[in-house]
Design a binder for this molecule. Structure first.
Ligand code: CP
Length: 332
């Protein structure tokens, strides 16, 4: 792969290989080791939109792999003077960049950067508009795979998500996370169902390979293995998509009552949220802070996944190559 632009382009085998590399990188992180796989490589992080987790986890991943880093934030840059994406990218390429990590509010900006011929530098999409967020979907898949492996008492390496039922709940309309997860989770064999008010679903969901529910309680009654709550994206909303925050929480929030309904199923389940969370709106604190919550483990897995995709793109890395070379001398 030259670029990582969305999860739709990944085959099952490619996705499993990235997750296997990520499991290895998680061990490196857990043992607080650093590798020199990206020594002498310069990664440029281009953030045209705000971010905490994605920006810092890419930076952490790059440092843990020994890369040199340049951080570009649109705020405080010459973007305010009207400099275009093309001119910004070509300027930064002159510093001998080996990879661009880009977050942008415009759908398709990473594609444009990768394919317009402005530079020949690999591009990693760190989230574009409402379109795609491939590394978020990969870290979610890594978390779900770890949940499934722990539940079944097996090694996660080499496995997919077959048999897992995942509910994705909330603002699907504005969510790049929902789209990237649909493509990746289906590729890995999970069943996916969306739960949302009709106003927060795109018009083309009939063509999606997923069940659609408008009633959250009905969806919970299908005994999901995982519930992924999405953030209400107030910053992208230019209309009243639901009558009030109270009504949204009542109908589509993971409230204490719904959390208890999941517990009463009497089987293991996982709660995911990509963050940042609106506590009290899309989920209650009891659920966010429960043992079943993977929210902080998702953050940790985000570093490992970003190490994996950087290794894959910049070193032609595979899990087999990594095991053979065993940098960090891990117990495999
Ligand atoms: N999940 C996610 O993309 O979070 P940030 O916006 O903080 O990067």
């Amino acid at each position: 792969m030259k670029h990582l632009l969305d999860t739709r382009e990944l085959t099952r085998e490619e996705a499993i290989d990235i997750l296997d590399i990520a499991d290895y990188m998680a061990q490196v992180k857990a043992e607080n080791k650093k590798l020199s796989l990206l020594k002498d490589k310069l990664v440029v992080n281009l953030f045209f939109e705000d971010s905490t987790r994605t920006r810092l986890s890419f930076e952490s991943a790059e440092k843990r792999l020994g890369a040199d880093i340049m951080n570009f934030a649109a705020k405080g840059s010459s973007v305010s003077k009207g400099e275009s994406l093309k001119d910004t990218a070509q300027t930064l390429a002159e510093y001998n960049a080996d990879a661009f990590v880009i977050r942008h509010s415009a759908d398709g900006a990473p594609y444009r950067l990768a394919t317009a011929g402005w530079t020949n530098i690999p591009v990693l999409n760190a989230g574009d508009g409402t379109h795609a967020h491939p590394t978020q979907a990969l870290l979610d898949a890594m978390s779900l795979r770890k949940f499934k492996a722990a539940r079944d008492g097996v090694d996660s390496r080499g496995t997919d998500l077959a048999g897992l039922r995942v509910l994705i709940v909330g603002d699907i309309l504005h969510s790049r996370v929902a789209r990237s997860n649909l493509w990746l989770l289906r590729t890995l064999g999970a069943q996916v169902a969306f739960v949302a008010p009709p106003t927060l679903l795109p018009l083309d969901t009939h063509a999606w390979d997923a069940e659609i529910f408008h009633d959250f309680d009905e969806a919970i009654a299908t005994a999901p293995d995982a519930v992924m709550m999405l953030r209400i994206q107030k910053e992208r909303m230019n209309a009243a998509y639901f009558p009030s925050a109270e009504e949204y929480t009542e109908l589509w929030g993971l409230t204490k009552d719904r959390f208890e309904a999941l517990e009463e199923m009497g089987k293991p389940f996982a709660i995911l949220h990509p963050g940042p969370m609106n506590r009290g709106l899309e989920l209650c604190s009891e659920a966010a802070d429960a043992n079943e919550s993977w929210v902080l483990r998702q953050v940790s897995n985000g570093v490992a996944v970003r190490m994996a995709v950087l290794y894959q793109l910049l070193c032609d890395g595979t899990a087999a190559k990594l095991y053979a070379e065993n940098p960090g001398n891990l117990e495999l």
